[in-house]
Ligand binder design. Structure first.
Ligand SMILES: NC(=O)c1ccc[n+]([C@@H]2O[C@H](COP(=O)([O-])OP(=O)(O)OC[C@H]3O[C@@H](n4cnc5c(N)ncnc54)[C@H](OP(=O)(O)O)[C@@H]3O)[C@@H](O)[C@H]2O)c1
Length: 344
């Protein structure tokens, strides 16, 4: 039986409903995947709440959330090369991933070897694509650079740390709770700052008195202004999320509570940036789906990194597909580490 999660309109966890659907045939250049596991991303809760702009723009309501799956190729369309029925694959999708069957264009799908599990690989592509884009396309840190990663025990944080360590960077990770310290260390972080028990910026000033060469920040309003101030010229601040304006419980967006942090989020001044020799870079992976060339290249890098063992999927916490609401509640709580995945 084929089934998927569907959200008919924005709201809390109860909006995550299941429906059955007819499995489509793959068209030319496409494959059909029988899904075994699905990666959950923080952005999925923003989609559910109706706060994710590209979901509104590209899909609207109703919507099936989900950016990544792993599974088995069960049908291959015309003009597909290199993928065969029975291959174990992972794939990325611009929404629609919370499903038992999905048709994807070939360039969004790559195969992986038998020694890896569907669970761990399902949580691999979205965070590593994000980190790959932030590091390879935008920031270009150099060996020896002092780099700061906020939310270092999470999905994108863990992927960033792996890529940065391969480049020879000295990586400082910030975590928001003590149970995350060891996890951030296990990802390869050289120094971990636990902002729940120590003064964040004082500790960071001790570690990097001259500032950081690159800072990756998805916190938004809570840290963006200070992150910018703690860059060493010519430094780069990479902005890719705004999660500190989001609720940690309850599952619903309160627009009044969102308004104040939205207004307080810094607007960077180009005169000041030029004078101070500091850059602010920002991106949204949704737009990568419009750049087949870049996405294809990045998927090949991800496949190579996984195959050679240079990149390692993050540890996962597994939820049955039917318990998708629990997974959403947990990732929203800001207490999770690594990746959350749904298994079918
Ligand atoms: N721009 C893009 O294309 C793109 C792509 C993927 C992900 N993202 C963004 O990257 C971030 C990480 O995504 P992920 O899926 O890997 O999630 P994650 O890091 O596994 O989980 C989110 C982490 O953010 C912190 N957090 C969450 N809610 C918070 C709140 N209300 N207040 C304070 N801190 C909070 C918590 O870490 P700490 O408390 O330890 O900081 C939490 O563990 C998200 O903001 C996501 O939207 C952006």
């Amino acid at each position: 039986m084929s089934r998927r999660v569907v959200i008919s309109r924005p709201g809390g966890y109860h909006r995550l409903e299941f429906e059955s659907f007819s499995v489509p045939e793959p068209g030319s250049g496409e494959v059909l995947i029988e899904v075994r596991a699905i990666g959950v991303n923080y952005a999925d809760i923003a989609v559910r709440m109706g706060l994710y702009e590209s979901a509104r723009e590209f899909v609207g309501w109703p919507i099936t959330p989900g950016f990544e799956v792993s599974g088995i190729v069960s049908q291959v369309g015309r003009e597909v090369s290199g993928l065969r029925v029975g291959d174990k694959v992972f794939g990325v999708t611009l929404f629609g991933g919370y499903t038992s069957h999905i048709v994807l264009p070939q360039h969004q799908v790559v195969s992986f070897s038998d020694n890896l599990s569907f669970e761990s690989v399902s949580g691999y592509p979205a965070v590593f694509l994000t980190a790959d884009f932030a590091v390879e396309y935008l920031a270009h840190p150099r060996s020896g650079d002092l780099v700061l990663v906020h939310s270092a025990a999470g999905g994108v944080g863990g992927a960033l740390i792996q890529l940065l360590k391969h480049l020879g960077c000295r990586v400082v990770g910030v975590v928001g709770a003590s149970h995350k310290v060891e996890v951030a260390r296990s990802f390869g972080t050289d120094r971990v700052v636990d902002k729940s028990v120590e003064p964040l910026w004082e500790s960071l000033e001790e570690i990097g008195p001259d500032g950081f060469d690159v800072i990756f920040d998805a916190n938004g309003v809570a840290t963006l202004a200070e992150s910018y101030c703690h860059l060493r010229a010519p430094g780069k601040l990479v902005v890719y999320g705004f999660h500190t304006m989001m609720p940690r419980t309850g599952g619903r967006a309160n627009y009044l509570k969102l308004a104040l942090p939205y207004l307080r989020t810094p607007r960077f001044n180009p005169f000041r940036m030029t004078y101070e020799n500091r850059s602010v870079l920002a991106f949204n992976l949704s737009t990568l789906f419009e750049r087949k060339d870049l996405l294809e290249e990045a998927m090949v890098r991800l496949q190579g990194g996984l195959g050679s063992g240079q990149l390692v999927p993050l540890p996962v916490t597994v939820y049955p597909f039917e318990e998708v609401a629990r997974a959403h509640r947990d990732i929203e709580s800001a207490q999770t580490v690594g990746k959350l995945v749904l298994v079918l």
